[in-house]
Design a protein. Structure first.
Length: 209
């Protein structure tokens, strides 16, 4: 079973509280989301393999460590996932970015696929799927399924806020995928929104309704 990593660093929790507040506007919401994504990236990449090389400092030659040629890819689930991309790319500038387009049917609450564009070598990369909200888990599960159908199997899921129902669905559907999350909220309401949550992340990022 994939592990659930709750990133409860004080900076993450402080910024998340500001994001939750109804009076936080789109500009501040976007900036806070990007900042939290950067902080989460630090934890998500903690297990990257290292190798030792010889370098020369202004003082002498020495052996020092670098990341061992790991190919990474960031895959946001459109559209809200776009708000987390810059935070990751700022720390991993050599990563590649793919995109998966899913929307939730207002009647069935099930995800519908409309777009998928991945790096040509995606199957060789460790892919980090990003989406601020893990509500029903439907979009995340479908996005990961889409990646696996295209030969990708080294996948992590990174979300800002989730609930037990969504986490359970991802773990049951994709037990090989680790989940990184900043907060696990109480539950879903009758409209499949996370409680207390922070509202519709896409609308708050882009200032739409």
């Amino acid at each position: 079973m994939g592990q659930v990593h709750v990133i409860n660093h004080p900076l993450v929790q402080h910024k998340l509280t500001l994001m939750r507040q109804i009076e936080t506007g789109a500009k501040d919401f976007r900036e806070l989301l990007s900042e939290i994504a950067t902080l989460m990236c630090y934890e998500v990449t903690r297990d990257l393999p290292m190798e030792e090389i010889e370098i020369e400092t202004p003082i002498c030659k020495c052996k020092s460590k670098i990341i061992s040629g790991k190919k990474l890819g960031i895959v946001p689930i459109l559209r809200a996932g776009l708000g987390m991309v810059d935070g990751f790319v700022s720390l991993i500038p050599t990563c590649r970015v793919g995109h998966i387009g899913l929307y939730r049917d207002p009647e069935t609450h099930l995800p519908v696929e409309y777009y998928c564009k991945l790096p040509p070598d995606a199957s060789e990369r460790e892919l980090i799927v990003v989406d601020p909200m893990l509500a029903t888990g439907g979009s995340s599960c479908d996005a990961i399924t889409m990646l696996k159908k295209r030969g990708c199997h080294n996948i992590k899921l990174v979300c800002l806020v989730g609930c037990p129902e969504g986490i359970k669905k991802v773990q049951e559907t994709h037990p090989d995928v680790d989940i990184f999350i900043a907060a696990i909220d109480e539950r879903l309401n009758e409209n499949k929104y996370i409680v207390p949550g922070l509202g519709d992340a896409g609308d708050r990022i882009f200032g739409t309704k």
